[in-house]
Design a protein around this ligand. Structure first.
Ligand code: SAM
Length: 192
């Protein structure tokens, strides 16, 4: 049967942690695959916040959402701003109650590759994501190293993840060990 892909494994983890009525965040909307999954998991009793710095990503995400979830706009909020600002955007009452935050780093597939996630804002947003999580909540991070700056960003994310206190967080890596050097891989952080 084979092991599932990195993206499928990330979706498995999200599906285990996010339940009907929960709150979740997609930190990098892109083409809307992750936000669609999160919205299906929380349902209209929950809430989903999404972030991207490109209008194209918001448009694509709304199209995906509306096609499959007619009342998506009643419980999904998409913000055209950096994920590093999530704490300024998400209401205080929801902070610390989030079941999962999904990051899928790099560039928007199908768009120019000059708009990519950047080390400094990614780390700042990852820090914010951990403050957002409830106990037992997870942050998933899909990392790509093949594009310009991707390797350096992945190294920074790894260093950040490795210094997290084991008493407070579990950190998991899911990676194919015998694939091409630049194959994507996953880090997942659980707040204990
Ligand atoms: N999760 C997406 C999906 O399901 O299709 C794929 C995400 S794509 C690999 C990365 C996205 O991150 C791009 O759309 C890019 O515009 C966005 N991005 C780059 N820097 C960002 C930032 N500082 N804050 C939020 N999004 C950012």
């Amino acid at each position: 049967m084979g092991f599932v892909s990195v993206l499928s494994f990330a979706h498995q983890l999200l599906s285990q942690r996010v339940h009907f009525g929960d709150k979740a965040i997609d930190a990098t909307l892109g083409n809307g695959n992750d936000v669609l999954l999160l919205a299906k998991l929380t349902g209209n009793r929950g809430r989903v916040y999404g972030f991207d710095i490109q209008q194209q990503a918001l448009d694509q995400s709304w199209m995906r959402l509306r096609n499959e979830i007619p009342d998506a706009s009643s419980f999904v909020q998409l913000h055209l701003c950096t994920h590093a600002s999530m704490e300024a955007v998400i209401p205080a009452a929801d902070q610390g109650t989030i079941a999962a935050v999904a990051f899928n780093l790099g560039y928007l597939p199908g768009a120019e590759q000059d708009t990519i996630t950047q080390e400094a804002s990614t780390i700042s947003a990852l820090e914010a994501s951990l403050r957002m999580l409830r106990k037992g909540g997870i942050t998933t991070i899909v990392l790509y190293t093949g594009h310009k700056g991707g390797f350096e960003e992945a190294q920074a994310v790894e260093s950040w993840a490795m210094q997290l206190s084991a008493a407070d967080y579990q950190v998991l890596r899911y990676q194919f060990a015998n694939r091409a050097k630049h194959a994507p891989y996953l880090l997942a952080v659980e707040k204990r």
